[in-house]
Design a protein around this ligand. Structure first.
Ligand code: SF4
Ligand code: SF4
Length: 98
């Protein structure tokens, strides 16, 4: 298997060794849920980004946006969000959106 360099990032995830690189692979089609943000509730604290295992939350300046190419649908971001701004929704609700 050829590992593309752009898929290997340094990680600062709290459970991993920040001195090691982490392999982050495209999720493909196996995610069953995705996090959906209610921007009106988000206070831009960044905890969702901090806890996301594959580090796929992107800083948009006033909120964080999920990079769905790498999101695994684990729900940790929604669980850790202190404002309940993220809700996990079934992928079946987005079949027409890709
Ligand atoms: S953890 Fe919740 S409130 Fe904080 S930036 Fe993420 S979505 Fe917004
Ligand atoms: S569901 Fe998991 S992988 Fe997806 S953004 Fe949230 S923490 Fe990251």
């Amino acid at each position: 298997m050829v590992i593309k360099h752009q898929w290997i990032f340094k990680t600062e995830s709290p459970w991993s060794d920040a001195n090691q690189k982490m392999l982050v692979l495209d999720t493909g089609g196996w995610r069953t849920e995705r996090p959906v943000l209610d921007k009106s509730l988000c206070n831009y604290c960044g905890l969702c980004s901090l806890y996301c295992p594959p580090q796929c939350m992107r800083d948009k300046g006033d909120h964080y946006e999920v990079d769905l190419a790498f999101c695994k649908g684990c729900g940790i971001c929604a669980h850790e969000c202190p404002k309940k701004a993220l809700t996990m929704k079934p992928e079946g609700e987005f079949t027409n959106e890709g």
